[in-house]
Design a protein around this ligand. Structure first.
Ligand SMILES: Cc1ncc(COP(=O)(O)O)c(C=O)c1O
Length: 434
């Protein structure tokens, strides 16, 4: 448990001799602990059956995001709720005393298996612990994939034109350094259905294609690509499939085995609300031995430890793994089926309302190809100006892309009234600039 008195005594001791900024830091830390103490316990699952909205309204209280703020940019980063933050603090409290039973046990993650964290994650994403490496984010995992594969000059990597820089650039680097070729498929806006997507990829695969790399959910439009079909296609063509799933865990149910990909990377700090700096790389057991390490320390040649070899990254922050484990437990406690249903409901609501207001949907009309990220194009509305205006005048946070694309993310704790506030703000902005 958190020992608040300990922090308070630290704060008191600091008052006498520390600099003002240190005092301010300690004060704000106390403030955070005090806030966490005030957050109520999780609502009972049965409340969901009685009154779904009331259940999600209770869940909203788990987040530090101020009540008057509407956060519609979970696509960039999630906010860690109370159970996750508490677990991180507990992690520090437990490990930083340096009084572990085993004198060889230290709170640094890059030298060991850490199965107490890999096991719940493996169960959550549908693989074995030996196929998982705990890394710090999707960028790191994607870099591992691109750097780790043996490819020759002229070999092709096929990807979409909607990859995140943290997915695309590891391959660009390889192209510059080793002469591989990055080939991009232009995704329609919106993608119509899975068949259209499969045809596009099938037509783009050539004799030199070695890897198919794509985002399961793209950062650009939020389209949910038909990962299973695409990976099956790759397999039948004898090429490797690597999926960037930064947005997926915590947004929708995920089973990497079922998808059948060779590799999968992710950043659970987004939709699972894990701490920043907790990511993972999945490598199918049959493929592990084909991937070289990128970060290297003792253990990199030990094939017996399977994917653990990739998490030998040197000293890193173990309490964030405590937070990751808590975020998995929270999602399991709520139930991924309920979470996904809520995500779809709220995203569909905001999409429908924006279309009524004349926005052009870049989100697929096929429900299987969308979930909790909606994108719309609104000609005549400069997105950066709208973004700043909404934030400065209404405390509403959105994101988009120039010139006129708005990207709206709908995490489960969002209330309908939050979405309505955004819609009213959007209308006000338009009237004001008409
Ligand atoms: C599809 C995708 N891949 C990778 C990333 C990079 O994530 P991170 O910064 O956590 O490495 C993002 C971030 O938005 C993303 O949307």
């Amino acid at each position: 448990m958190l020992d608040r008195r300990h922090f308070l005594s630290l704060s008191t001791a600091a008052t006498g001799f520390a600099s003002l900024s240190l005092q301010q830091n300690l004060f704000s830390r106390n403030n955070l602990l005090a806030q966490l103490e005030k957050i109520p316990s999780l609502p009972d699952r049965s409340l969901y059956d009685k009154n779904e909205d009331a259940y999600w309204a209770e869940m909203r209280k788990q987040f530090l995001i101020p009540e008057d703020e509407v956060y519609l940019n979970n696509g960039t980063v999630g906010s860690s709720p109370a159970p996750v933050l508490r677990a991180v603090f507990e992690g520090y409290e437990t490990t930083e005393k340096m009084d572990q039973q085993d004198p060889e046990d230290y709170p640094i993650w890059g030298y060991a298996a850490w199965n107490e964290f890999r096991d719940p994650l493996a169960e959550f994403v549908g693989c074995t612990r030996n196929e998982l490496a705990l890394l710090r984010n999707a960028t790191e995992a994607n870099s591992y994939i691109a750097n780790g594969l043996d490819l020759k000059a002229g070999d092709e990597v096929l990807m979409t034109d909607q990859e995140h820089p943290g997915g695309e650039h590891p391959w660009n680097l390889k192209a510059k350094r080793y002469g591989i070729v990055v080939k991009k498929i232009a995704l329609p806006r919106p993608v119509k259905d899975a068949a259209q997507m499969l045809n596009l990829v099938n037509d783009a695969i050539g004799p030199r294609t070695r890897v198919l790399f794509f985002s399961h959910i793209t950062t650009f439009s939020g389209v949910v690509l038909p990962a299973r079909d695409l990976c099956t296609l790759a397999r039948t063509k004898g090429i490797l499939s690597a999926v960037d799933g930064a947005h997926v865990p915590g947004m929708m149910r995920l089973n990497v085995r079922d998808i059948g990909c060779d590799m999968y990377s992710s950043s659970p700090h987004k939709w699972l609300f894990a701490p920043k700096g907790s990511g993972f790389l999945y490598v199918r057991d049959e493929v592990i031995d084909r991937v070289w390490n990128t970060i290297v320390t003792e253990g990199w040649e030990d094939t017996k430890i399977r994917a653990e070899r990739f998490q030998r990254i040197g000293s890193s922050n173990v309490p964030s793994l405590w937070g990751l484990r808590a975020s998995i437990k929270l999602a399991n406690d709520i139930g991924m089926d309920r979470i996904e249903k809520r995500h779809r409901f709220m995203a569909d609501y905001v999409l429908g309302e924006m279309v009524k207001r004349g926005a052009e949907s870049w989100t697929s009309s096929d429900a299987a190809l969308r979930c909790a990220i909606v994108t719309v194009n609104v000609p005549g509305v400069p997105r950066m100006e709208l973004e700043n205006w909404l934030w400065n005048t209404h405390r509403i946070r959105i994101r988009g892309g120039d010139p006129n694309k708005l990207r709206l993310s709908t995490p489960y704790y969002l209330q309908k009234r939050d979405v309505d506030r955004f819609l009213a703000g959007f209308e006000q902005y338009r009237r004001r600039s008409a």
